[in-house]
Design a protein around this ligand. Sequence first.
Ligand code: FMN
Length: 339
Amino acid sequence: MRPQRFKTRITELFGIDHPIVAGGLMWLADANYVAAVVNAGGMGFITAKTFPENERFAAELDKAWALTDGKPFGVNLYMSNRPEHNQDLPAQLGIALDKGVRHFETAGLPPTEFVQRIKDAGGVVFHKVATVKHALSAASKLPIDAVAVVGAECGGHPGLNMIGSIVQIPLAVRRLGIPVLVGGGIGTGSQIAAALAMGADAVLLGTRFLVATEIWSHEAIKQRVIDCDETMTATVLASMRNTFRGIDNETTRAIAELEKQGVTDFDAYRPYVMGTLQKEAYTIGDPEKGILSMGQACVFADTIEPVEAIMDRLVDEATEAARHLGAIAVPDAKVAAAE
Ligand SMILES: Cc1cc2nc3c(=O)[nH]c(=O)nc-3n(C[C@H](O)[C@H](O)[C@H](O)COP(=O)(O)O)c2cc1C
């Protein structure tokens, strides 16, 4: 693990070495992966929805504590706009708090009642959104510690407005008083240095880690991520006001065709959007099955290697980019002399 190179409000708040945070990954962000991120100096979030049975979820948290040797890790709570999908969340939050988890990433609908429970337990929580407008709204209504804003390039939910990270990052920093995590398309250390230079407190990554050794998915899925360049993602379901960015595959093309035909009956989409398809795809190694979330940073995911190797490279590249900026900046004395 690399020594600390950057100190920000988020590294201080989370007690981590590097301002690199791995967001929740449905089906994939388990104890093995999250512990690897934590042990490499970042912060990771076990995706609660991936473990719907309470005992299984509790066991996963125990496993993560063992793998990190007591170093804190987090839990991701995603609030769907379909209430029937959120029924397990209150109990899962209770289990996480009972198990000593104090770091939370929330996403989806504003998690009003969860945030208060987390704060009452002395926890730290950031809410993830896709526009600065939503971030401002969440920060004004909820006692959250930080916000994460993801740009259109991201895997998963880029939102409906599809604002690119290069616009969103400085805007988020300018408008929000609380610490800001930024994500969407980040897969190199130079982007991390740029985000920090723009004033962000940390970066939030998903896609870059899909090829990590500790991610349990079948090697054929990782190979597909490696084979994809930045043009090989697709965005679908904007017509349902629930845009996804994932691997451009048979499933996203079938969905795009339905959308092109103007089909509005959700039942027509159901066979393609079921979450269980993703789990099957990851298990058997069929990259055509289901909407497999992946962002444009796939172009930077070029080798299957441990999380620590990816993190070390990101930190080295970010350090080098910061040095480069220092080296090309004209020294103050010269600027003063010229004035
Ligand atoms: C395979 C995959 C699954 C994801 N699942 C979730 C999820 O369950 N909950 C969530 O809040 N975000 C989820 N995300 C979003 C990530 O946490 C993160 O916000 C996003 O990947 C950052 O953008 P990037 O993909 O460009 O790095 C997922 C992303 C990917 C790639």
